[in-house]
Design a protein around this ligand. Structure first.
Ligand code: PSU
Ligand code: MN
Length: 323
């Protein structure tokens, strides 16, 4: 049977863990977590540590974590400890996004789900909040500039435009063209909201030097905004941005220099396509002697905590429990 909507189609591939199924059935707060940052974004064992710590941070706030990943043709929503370990250590895991979702399911084995694929799974499962590190966006040079246009724009942006899930991140990844990413999201009708600051959080760094399109004071206000956006039925997501904790940030100048070098090296090496983001993250980690990994880990855990607080505040604002 051909499904008539992504929610209906993906629902047939979902395997919810016991705790996630229970939480959803009772209308409790649930936070989806993605897994490409585990399979492609961070090296072992930092990847396993952050996956566990992000789940712990969600639980500590009274919500249920639901890490999403693909295994053997099924979309798992909620992983047990053994599954988490396999995901973090398996070699050759695929990177599943909207364009590669079908291939990742057909291939068998493990795939990490990117922001776009995780949003699709969350929406199909009835999960409203989702935490990641940094969303994908418009890569530098995507629309030309010094060289030829690459048109490398992450499918994360199209997903935010068409799937009603609120995504908490520490800003678009700093390896991107952040101003163009914000323009693209505005064109696509996606609210971009910074929490507790007027500036866009800069992923590895608290600051970016770029004004945020909108701001809220705290998680409670963010929850009210998400509830209002939901009631409008616009069908799109919301992007909520929380800065990396000060103790673990990369100073903005250090991050900028490392990214400039990594980007030039990627150009020279001809790296492009889905391999580009993981390649740049790994190069920045090497150039900063691992300092970027510490920042990346801290911001992911912080985003999970913030998303859980919003999910808890949102639960009473949304009495209509999905059946
Ligand atoms: N956040 C991180 N590390 C990551 C990612 C997010 O801290 O590796 C992943 C997300 O899964 C996001 C993906 O969707 O990077 C973007 O990849 P691309 O630019 O190829 O669309
Ligand atoms: Mn891309």
């Amino acid at each position: 049977m051909t499904a008539t909507s992504a929610a209906e189609g993906i629902a047939a591939f979902l395997d919810l863990s016991g705790p996630v199924a229970d939480a959803l059935a009772s209308g409790g707060p649930v936070v989806a977590l993605e897994s490409t940052l585990v399979t492609h974004g961070l090296p072992y064992p930092a990847n396993l540590e952050v996956a566990r710590a992000a789940e712990e941070a969600v639980r500590a706030e009274g919500a249920t974590p639901a890490t999403v990943a693909i295994r053997d043709g099924r979309v798992l929503v909620g992983l047990g400890p053994t599954e988490m370990e396999s995901l973090a250590t398996v070699r050759g895991a695929r990177k599943a996004s909207r364009p590669t979702l079908a291939a990742s399911l057909v291939a068998g084995g493990w795939a990490g789900t990117t922001v776009s694929a995780t949003m699709l799974a969350a929406a199909a499962a009835g999960i409203r909040l989702f935490a990641t590190g940094g969303i994908g966006g418009v890569h530098r040079g995507a629309f030309g500039g010094a060289g030829e246009a690459t048109l490398d724009v992450s499918s994360d942006l199209g997903e935010l435009a068409r799937t009603p899930v609120a995504v908490v991140c520490a800003g678009p990844k700093a390896i991107l063209d952040v101003p163009l990413t914000l323009e693209y999201l505005e064109t696509q009708g996606v609210p971009v909201v910074a929490i507790g600051t007027d500036e866009m959080p800069g992923f590895y760094s608290r600051r970016s030097g770029i004004p945020a399109p909108a701001s809220v004071a705290d998680e409670a206000e963010a929850a009210r905004l998400v509830a209002a956006h939901d009631r409008l039925g616009l069908g799109s997501g919301v992007l909520l941005c929380a800065p990396v904790p000060a103790a673990d940030e990369l100073p903005l100048e250090v991050a900028r220099a490392a990214i400039a070098r990594a980007t030039a090296e990627a150009d020279a090496a001809g790296v492009h396509g889905p391999a580009l983001t993981p390649w740049l993250l790994a190069r920045v980690a090497a150039i900063t002697d691992g300092a970027s990994i510490r920042a990346n880990t801290a911001l992911i855990v912080n985003d999970a905590r913030v998303a859980a607080r919003i999910a808890v505040a949102l639960a009473p604002l949304r009495p209509e429990v999905r059946s």
